[in-house]
Write a protein that binds this ligand. Structure first.
Ligand SMILES: [Fe+2]
Length: 177
């Protein structure tokens, strides 16, 4: 997988790079092989688990494993200006995309666009500024997703619903032990 991703990110053009990364993830997950070590697949009690599987030595991309227990999900978020490709490895994930329609009195305005239920081997690419979404486990059993980002994502902006819109909050992103 690393060799294929190294080749994919050699592409300078972001759409071509994301397409190649997406094909790589789909290909590897659809091979049916259990290639993620068991220690990466444990759920965490309070929130979805987020673990670093690989960081490119040249920092061009990182590969994360996320594990979603029943009812776990994200708030509405962006990706710190990085491209990202997300692929379901096990279980089923509900992805809801949003479009930002503007900022009104300091509050972001969002409209939900598309709701997709993704199964193992199904991937999606997000390229800023069209990269606002929520992810949630769609089922009562744990789900696992693979995420490739165009760098190491240490923070992102989350958008908390309040009266009149969404309040933007910078979130530090840590790895789960
Ligand atoms: Fe995301």
């Amino acid at each position: 997988m690393i060799r294929m991703l190294d080749e994919a990110v050699e592409r300078q053009e972001v759409h071509g790079c994301c397409t190649a990364v997406k094909k790589t993830l789909e290909h590897i997950v659809n091979s049916g092989e259990d290639f993620i070590p068991a220690e990466y697949l444990q759920t965490a009690p309070d929130r979805y688990a987020r673990r670093l599987l690989h960081l490119d030595p040249r920092q061009r991309y990182s590969v994360l494993v996320m594990v979603w227990d029943k009812d776990q999900g994200t708030s509405l978020h962006d990706h710190a200006g990085m491209w990202c490709v997300e692929c379901v490895y096990r279980g089923r994930i509900k992805v809801t995309s949003y479009s930002c329609t503007g900022i009104n009195e300091g509050l972001h305005q969002f409209t939900p666009e598309l709701e997709v239920f993704a199964s193992p081997g199904e991937a999606g690419a997000l390229i800023p500024p069209f990269d606002h979404h929520t992810l949630a486990n769609a089922d009562a059993t744990p789900a696992v997703t693979l995420h490739v980002y165009g760098g190491e994502m240490r923070w992102c902006d989350a958008f908390v619903p309040v009266e009149g819109g969404y309040q933007m909050v910078k979130r530090e992103l840590a790895y789960t032990q």
